[in-house]
Design a protein around this ligand. Structure first.
Ligand code: FES
Length: 127
């Protein structure tokens, strides 16, 4: 049986926007709300180069990544073709206007994915 954690009221998530849920381990979870008041949750990491999807523009059931404008499906987490790749999704339950996330997923899901580090590549010199 799932343990659901209340995150926020639907009304507290901006329409066509998102809120981030911090986790003890792993990247934040971005919780999105579209114009139809549907709510979706994805790891806040674009499958392209790790951009923060929570800062993207929501339209329909998609979000446009703020870095290079890839379109990511909010219900699938996957990039729209011809782009490729998916970001992990999280289960969402909305009850009485309150958004809930699954406690087990918050604790363990996709905790191994980090945001890419910008900057010059490290070079190792062999002797
Ligand atoms: S990092 Fe999202 S489109 Fe490039």
């Amino acid at each position: 049986m799932k343990t659901w954690i209340p995150i926020a009221r639907v009304d507290d998530i901006p329409v066509l926007g998102s809120r981030c849920v911090k986790r003890e381990h792993g990247l934040d979870v971005a919780v999105f709300r579209n114009a139809e008041n549907e709510v979706f949750a994805l790891l806040d990491r674009c499958p392209h180069k790790g951009g923060p999807l929570s800062q993207g523009i929501v339209f329909g059931t998609h979000v446009a990544c703020p870095l290079h404008n890839w379109t990511i499906g909010l219900d699938s987490g996957c990039a729209r073709e011809p782009d490729e790749g998916c970001t992990p999704r999280f289960l969402v339950k909305v009850e009485d206007g309150v958004v809930h996330l699954d406690a087990e997923e918050l604790e363990h899901h996709a905790t191994d994915l980090a945001r890419p580090v910008a900057g010059p590549a490290r070079r190792t010199v062999s002797a």
